[in-house]
Design a protein around this ligand. Structure first.
Ligand code: ZN
Length: 255
């Protein structure tokens, strides 16, 4: 069975992306799928896009690609500043000539025989967050009380991979939350509908600095964490005048 690496939320962090691709190759992967947010926040958006285009078999659009194309509507000031700086890189860098055209053609959802790919959620592919707080762990124990998840489960009939929150984990049909550390040997999807968040390559927000991604063999999901040179990624942000320093500092603490 083919082994797939599923990566998301790279956010212009080249050292993290390179480390993840090295790790995935050493695991013997057959293909790479990308769930979007290749750009935004980090200091190397153009090079990250080049590299993802080179290695990924399929790429879908994230909300940061969308914001680079049409403007950062509804973004906080930190994210907005990063989107505007990122857009200028694509407008001015000679290496980015067809980058914006390429981003504009990215689909919002991909279905294949074994999986579904969206950036946020099946019901709002571009920008709905599916948090642990949306599961029945935090809500009365009836599906009626988890309308957000119910809407998403109505739209999938197989495992669905998502990113966007930058926190890895699985929401199975029971609408609970499974932490990666609960399934160290992997989570067996049995091909059933579930929502698998692969976490973020370039800006993890779960207190662990290491880059996050997942391997999928068509049935089981294995979560991976990959150490990389976080200080170097932060330094590149500090050295870029128009990127807020806070974007580098947050990498060091993974929030
Ligand atoms: Zn993101």
């Amino acid at each position: 069975m083919a082994l797939t690496a599923i990566i998301s939320d790279i956010h212009g962090n080249l050292p993290a992306l390179e480390a993840v691709l090295r790790d995935a190759r050493s695991a013997g992967i057959d293909r790479v799928l990308c769930l979007g947010d290749i750009v935004g926040y980090g200091a190397d958006p153009v090079r990250c896009l080049e590299l993802v285009r080179e290695v990924a078999d399929q790429i879908i659009m994230g909300n940061h690609e969308h914001a680079v194309l049409v403007g950062p509507m509804g973004f906080n000031p930190l994210a907005s500043a990063a989107v505007q700086w990122t857009r200028r890189q694509f407008d001015t860098s000679p290496d980015a000539s067809d980058g914006l055209d390429f981003l504009g053609r990215l689909p919002h959802r991909i279905d294949d025989d074994e999986l579904v790919l969206v950036h946020g959620s099946p019901s709002q592919p571009l920008d709905e967050y599916l948090f642990r707080e949306d599961t029945l762990e935090h809500l009365p124990r009836s599906r009626d009380y988890a309308p957000k998840l119910a809407n998403s489960f109505r739209l999938i009939d197989r495992p669905c991979f998502v990113g966007h929150t930058h926190v890895p984990g699985v929401i199975p049909e029971t609408m609970t939350w499974i932490e990666p550390c609960d399934v160290p040997e992997g989570f067996d999807t049995q091909g059933r509908p579930c929502l698998v968040n692969v976490g973020s390559v370039g800006q993890p927000r779960d207190g662990v600095r290491d880059a996050s991604y997942a391997l999928f063999d068509g049935r089981a999901v294995t979560f991976r964490r990959v150490p990389y040179d976080v200080e170097e990624a932060a330094r590149r942000i500090f050295d870029t005048d128009d990127l807020p320093d806070l974007l580098g500092e947050r990498l060091l603490e993974a929030w």
